[in-house]
Write a protein that binds this ligand. Sequence first.
Ligand SMILES: Cc1ncc(COP(=O)(O)O)c(C=O)c1O
Length: 415
Amino acid sequence: MMEEGAKTLSKKKGSPVLPDMRGYFGEFGGRFVSETLMSALIELENSFRKAWRDATFRKEFRETLAEYSGRPTPLYFAESLTRKTGGAEIWLKREDLNHTGAHKITNAVGQALLARRMGKGRLIAETGAGQHGVATATVAARLGFESRIYMGSEDVRRQSLNVFRMKLLGSEVCPVDLGGKTLKDAISEALRDWSRTVRNTHYLLGTAFGPHPFPLIVRSFQSVIGQEVRRQILSAKGKLPDALVACVGGGSNAIGLFHPFLGEDSVRMFGVEAGGRAIAPGEHAARFAGGSVGVLQGTRTYVLQNPDGQIENTHSVSAGLDYSAVGPELAYYRDSGRIIFDWIGDTDALDAFQELSRQEGIIPALESSHAIAYGIRLARSMSRDQTVVINLSGRGDKDVMEVSRILSMKEVDKI
Ligand SMILES: Cc1ncc(COP(=O)(O)O)c(C=O)c1O
């Protein structure tokens, strides 16, 4: 699966291999960390590069995904939604059908297998929506690691189901009561823990973000999404899709879908950020709409910050997109024009959450609902003989209570 995927990644002649040896994607990325973490990151990079070249490791990764996580996930033609929308055919990549309910498990499996090879006995992770925390707790249980998950206290409140799942799986959950009490604050705490415990601990970062080599590692594991889509759409339609759509938190489900298609000029790609309540400071998480280039948590990228470089708080109805910086590789492809970025606000995401539930009998995660809302709009502007693939990054069970709370408040507002 992996080897085949690597072959099908059609690199254009002369296009650079990214990241470069220093971990840069053009001017983005790099490794801005303390001395203690520098040696840990170099050890991690060397171990990853060695493992990735090793057919035994690839086989173990591939087989664990197939046997434990249920890959490949289906590519599903959303016939009813397509008919209602009018325009291009809408296909959904069903990452919600992975074990634990989202794409996050793929990266967690890959990094946990790597950590085991490196002789580490403990995993730590950050989580926003709780999906990555659950994925980490799951692989820790499966492979016998001790584990601790850092989570902003605001996210602990709105994702209580996932908090319970993590504890049930045997992980310790540490609420973080600092800053905006969301994902950024959880990452900071996890990095602090790692700098004290690097000898026996692997930091299982959950998205294509952070200091090199994390963006490379996470992209490599998650590219299985795009590799599968490529095979599946060719088999179903006999041609590549016209457009790909994915929501963007740190960027792992988006780069995972997009990467195997970057060399295909005919395939347009759209990353969807969280527009929250409005594109105004503190009200959204659309880094490309309201951010500027800066350094945050070890990497150079687009960041929501004020003119003095203070990080702005963020807001999104979806905890997994509620983050003030974006993965450096996506920043590079945004500036090069290869990937188009736009945003969807809370209200449209909530509408898409309900629309997909009613039209297809699939309750999407609030994060994925941003991609669904944008994908519907895009499909409507395209012709019937074209296809749009939307990454349905996760299922919405974790969000049902929060959506019910928001919708009942709206009902009260109407009275
Ligand atoms: C279901 C789901 N989709 C998307 C995301 C966003 O993360 P990423 O941008 O790394 O795919 C999350 C994050 O928690 C998530 O849980």
